[in-house]
Design a protein around this ligand. Structure first.
Ligand code: ATP
Ligand code: MG
Length: 310
């Protein structure tokens, strides 16, 4: 929408033509002064005036169109800001009752565990699990709206990246076990220091590792590597899952985009994980890329500036 009116490119052409005509007229008068120029002069002046008129109407039209574009841009920006604000407010409002539901379902689960009826325990566990999914989604929406409105704040501290990786793998071990995956960890250059927002770096690893677990069929193999190269720290997550096609790779970092977005899609999710991850990586002056072969697996590579003298 920021594109200026395309007739702009005609203006230099018309201006050039008018100047050429004026020049030609002066040249004729100077080189052959004895000739009478009555009719020639009138025709040339009329052409020049006509061209100046066209030029003038072009410029007016351009100015009007540019103003309209500017107005539309302003309105769109305002709508975008309102959408982000709405998203943030709704998410915040939803988070509070959800936390209460989760708290009570946990309490109920503990009480029911002492009773005989295991079906009730299962029901409560499902309530708790689904509330947790919903809370994760709400947190993603809040993060996304923060990033969109440029309100993302980084709390920098110095820490070892391998510690964060180990912590994350440990936390996601249960969901990996459920699918009988094996997760291997390979830290090549220890200790590997970062000056970054620890929570956000963890969120980056969680998102990529969660995807590896989710998009790898049962009994898969996931490898998490960390290493240093020059002044960069690298974090890699490799899986032997379903992989991503070349066309899909172009879309995976876009918000609300999933490779399979059909109504009966196989994998749950909102398509926000990698969009948030990319913004978080970039806010740390980092870079994220992926290599993937459909049906064979994917390798996500995150590089971040490394803290050398820690
Ligand atoms: N390791 C992977 N293997 C195969 N496909 C992947 C992998 N990681 C991401 N993708 C593809 O990229 C898309 C976008 O990923 P993203 O994490 O942003 O969304 P999601 O996992 O679908 O939902 P959310 O993370 O919001 O729960 C996914 O829908 C999936 O198609
Ligand atoms: Mg995801």
């Amino acid at each position: 929408m920021k594109r200026k009116y395309s007739l702009e490119c005609c203006v230099p052409f018309f201006l050039g033509f008018v100047l050429f005509l004026v020049g030609w007229l002066i040249y004729r008068v100077v080189t052959v002064p004895e000739k009478a120029y009555g009719r020639e002069l009138i025709v040339s002046v009329l052409i020049i005036l006509a061209l100046i008129g066209i030029l003038w109407s072009f410029i007016r039209k351009m100015t009007r169109q540019n103003k309209m574009l500017e107005d539309t841009n302003r309105k769109l920006a305002e709508l975008d800001r309102m959408k982000t604000e709405f998203l943030a407010n709704v998410s915040h409002e939803l988070r509070t009752p959800l936390t209460v539901i989760m708290g009570y379902s946990e309490l109920l689960e503990e009480r029911l565990a002492r009773e005989e009826n295991k079906t009730n325990v299962k029901f409560v566990q499902t309530i708790h699990r689904k509330s947790e999914d919903l809370l994760n989604l709400i947190n993603d929406l809040i993060d996304f709206s923060r990033i969109e409105s440029g309100r993302l704040e980084l709390k920098l501290s110095r820490f070892k990246v391998e510690e964060v990786v180990n912590e994350t793998v440990e936390e996601l071990a249960t969901s990996a076990e459920k699918k009988k995956h094996t997760i291997q960890i390979n830290h090549r250059d220890m200790p590997l220091w970062l000056l970054a927002d620890r929570g956000k770096i963890k969120q980056i690893i969680v998102n990529i590792l969660q995807n590896a677990i989710k998009y790898t069929p049962s009994e898969g193999c996931i490898i998490v590597r960390t290493y240093a190269q020059n002044d960069r720290c690298y974090i890699e997550v490799e899986d032997n899952g379903i992989g991503i096609s070349k066309e899909q790779i172009a879309q995976i970092y876009q918000p609300f985009k999933q490779a399979d977005s059909s109504y009966n899609k196989k994998y749950e999710g909102f398509g926000l994980g990698l969009a948030i991850t990319k913004s978080l990586v970039q806010s740390h002056n980092g870079n994220i890329r992926v290599q993937s072969v459909p049906g064979e697996g994917s390798l996500f590579i995150v590089s971040l500036p490394r803290e050398k003298n820690a």
